[in-house]
Design a protein around this ligand. Structure first.
Ligand code: PGA
Length: 219
């Protein structure tokens, strides 16, 4: 079971470390639970350090990465420079598609760059029709209407989409659900047979709420 925390453009460096210090010591090592925290770029180094020093069962992820390698690409953060900091990267989030014009082709390039440096893409799709680049193993179904709206998809429909995507891709694929996941509804999603975890935005910013959601995924 996956729990991915997407902090988006929230939590400065100090707030990020405080979050890790509040959550980390309360997490028990659980082989069946994979927790990934995706801070903003400026906090990644400190977050990674805090996880290592505490020995917490948390993986670090980025929220994006460059479609290019090292070089003259002002403002970009390339996969090679991230490879020692993160194991995962969210790629193709709908906020980037909508607000920054990211296309399926660009997202495919980012996905390739991540894989070149052993960073596992968490590829966001908005429906079963969204193209999924080759070799992607982890997908997050996040319908746009559900993101940040307090109006999640139904667990049954999310399960249906997860099942459809797994059939189309025809390889070993895990599918997460994201969009207004909260302590009150997380169990309904993770109990669905084809849903392998959740990608959480707003509700994961408060440590106690996050810990409630971790607990809900345990049984
Ligand atoms: P939300 O965001 O949980 O705040 O809806 C999820 C996401 O955009 O990944």
């Amino acid at each position: 079971m996956w729990i991915v925390a997407n902090w988006k453009s929230n939590l400065n460096i100090k707030e990020s470390i405080d979050w890790i210090d509040a959550v980390g010591p309360k997490l028990l090592r659980d082989e069946n639970l994979k927790i990934v925290v995706c801070p903003s770029f400026e906090a990644l180094g400190e977050v990674k350090k805090a996880i290592e020093v505490g020995g917490y069962p948390i993986f670090a992820g980025s929220q994006d990465l460059s479609p290019f390698g090292e070089g003259a690409f002002t403002g970009e953060v390339n996969a090679e420079s991230l490879k020692d900091l993160v194991n995962f990267s969210i790629i193709g989030h709908s906020e980037r598609r909508d607000k920054l014009g990211e296309t399926d082709d660009l997202i495919e390039e980012k996905s390739k760059e991540a894989q070149k440096f052993s960073i596992e893409p968490i590829l966001c799709i908005q429906s079963a029709e969204t193209p999924i680049p080759k070799n992607v193993k982890l997908v997050a179904y996040e319908p746009v209407f559900a993101i940040g709206s307090g109006n999640p998809d139904t667990p049954e429909n999310a399960n249906r989409v997860a099942s459809t995507v797994k059939k189309i891709i025809n390889n070993k694929l895990e599918v997460l659900y994201g969009g207004s996941v909260a302590p009150s509804n997380i169990k309904d999603f993770v109990n669905e047979p084809e849903i392998d975890g959740v990608l959480i935005g707003k509700a994961c910013l408060v440590p106690d709420e996050f810990l409630k959601m971790v607990d809900a995924c345990k049984d």
